[in-house]
Design a binder for this molecule. Structure first.
Ligand code: PGA
Length: 250
């Protein structure tokens, strides 16, 4: 049995005061024995607040990004040793906004996956095709290329630590989610790819769907056999809405 994992990607939202208010409400909603792993991804500047408010609860937190080098002349970047001090468990790697707005390449993303694993943390690796790639029947080819580049050189043990988020680029922040059958088809293909490379570990790896997930549609994705959770942007900014989504996974 794979424990579902539902994550809140706040992106560039929430001041420290807003983060504190959110966490105080959210931790009231989540029962101690909640059967879903919950992870909050605040901006770097609110990580310490989230840690203060969520320590001692079952809710985890992580970083939206990290540089693969431990230190150095990389103005504006944050390293894994710096983030580990904030008690993080997960790092989002290869989000489409990092790939497409900030120009991160497959090669750079693979270095990040390696660095996150070497730091003893778990990456949430985001993969997904653009609209023109889906329309031209190349969705799997694109996703397979992203998987090969990021995970191809890992051992099976390392691969078992990775969470994969399938997020079609055209579904992110648009209000237009993928069709559940397309998400399931992609998740099955991803699991098949993992099985070819890593054997039985494929049955342990959790695959999330992301892209315009809301309380009203989350259940359609979370009930699918190969979807083990959700990565939620816009609808995670309100604690009640995010908890309503998480409940669909429980
Ligand atoms: P969205 O974002 O839920 O706002 O579509 C998802 C994501 O970027 O992870």
């Amino acid at each position: 049995m794979r424990t579902p994992i539902v994550a809140a990607n706040w992106k560039m939202n929430k001041t420290q005061a807003e983060a504190r208010e959110y966490c105080r409400r959210f931790r009231e909603l989540v029962p101690r024995d909640f059967p879903v792993e919950l992870v909050i991804f605040p901006p770097f500047t609110a990580l310490h607040v989230v840690r203060e408010e969520l320590s001692g609860t079952p809710i985890k937190w992580g970083a939206q990004n990290a540089h693969p080098e431990p230190k150095g002349a990389f103005t504006g970047e944050v390293s894994l040793p710096m983030l580990i001090e904030h008690g993080i468990s997960y790092v989002i790697v290869g989000h489409s906004e990092r790939r497409h707005i900030f120009g991160e390449t497959d090669e750079f993303i693979s270095r990040k996956v390696r660095a996150v694993l070497d730091a003893g943390l778990s990456p949430i690796l985001c993969v997904g095709e653009r609209l023109e790639e889906r329309r031209s029947g190349r969705a799997w080819e694109v996703v397979e290329g992203q998987l090969s580049a990021a995970l191809g050189v890992l051992s099976a043990e390392e691969a078992s630590q990775v969470v994969i988020a399938y997020e079609p680029v055209w579904a992110i922040g648009t209000g237009v989610p993928a069709r559940p059958e397309d998400a399931q088809e992609m998740a099955t293909a991803i699991r098949g790819w993992l099985a070819e490379r890593f054997g039985d570990v494929a049955q342990k790896v959790r695959i999330q769907y992301g892209g315009s997930v809301k309380p009203g549609n989350a259940g359609d994705f979370l009930k699918l056999p190969d979807i083990d959770g959700a990565l939620v942007g816009g609808a995670s900014l309100d604690p009640d809405s995010f908890f309503a989504i998480a409940e669909e996974a429980s």
